[in-house]
Design a protein around this ligand. Sequence first.
Ligand SMILES: Nc1ncnc2c1ncn2[C@@H]1O[C@H](COP(=O)(O)OP(=O)(O)OP(=O)(O)O)[C@@H](O)[C@H]1O
Length: 240
Amino acid sequence: MEEKKVIISTSALTRKFPLAGGSEITVLNGIDVEIEEGTLTILKGRSGSGKTTLVNILSALDLPTEGKVFFDGKEMNAMSEHQREELRRYHMGYIFQAVALVPVMNVYENVEFSLRLAGYGKDRKERVEECLKKVGLVKRMYHMPEELSGGEQQRVAIARALAHKPKVVFADEPTGALDTDNGLLVVKLFKELVEHEGVTIVMTTHDPSLMELGDAVFEIEDGVIIGRNDDSLRRIGKNI
Ligand SMILES: Nc1ncnc2c1ncn2[C@@H]1O[C@H](COP(=O)(O)OP(=O)(O)OP(=O)(O)O)[C@@H](O)[C@H]1O
């Protein structure tokens, strides 16, 4: 199997938060992960294990207290706030558990709006249509979000996160508000997007039934990586 490029990595990453009374809580403790380009990478763990905290750091929304996080070989701590903002705006896409579509905009406008924010100048209409096609919602283009099911709304959010051609899309519990079938559809869609669009997707979940779809799975417990299941296991999986 060809070697893939590492797009994001961490080294002995620790995140502590101050607590009232002067003490602190260590939420992530010595995390080393590598995220390869063109993969669906799953961070799995129970509620409170530290998944969101880790995704926030990988996606340049937060910084580690100790240790390092690299995007494309550049250390995020060494970047200015402006550089991190550019990274978020142009190279990253975000999908959250609670779908946050703009309620007064139709499906088309929701996706187009995000392209504008990313400074995507020309051919916006074509790109919006292309992305809605990828998620199977071209026919619902002029519908309002409230007219769509939860699963459909999440698919619009996926189109929106992809539209500006980010290098990495982060999805924090994207299936959390969906039933099992819709949850599975979303993860299968991620898989297709990774295979056909070459995008990298990092998602968190506590649902064990979704694990096998990941190219790489990191299991986190109490802020520590306790298991990983990447290339070597993927090869075995494919041969069965
Ligand atoms: N700003 C903060 N201040 C103090 N503690 C925090 C802060 N952010 C997170 N924590 C604590 O860190 C732990 C991990 O939280 P995190 O949200 O990363 O977990 P999670 O695995 O994403 O959980 P869930 O699946 O429930 O979303 C929790 O115990 C949480 O209370």
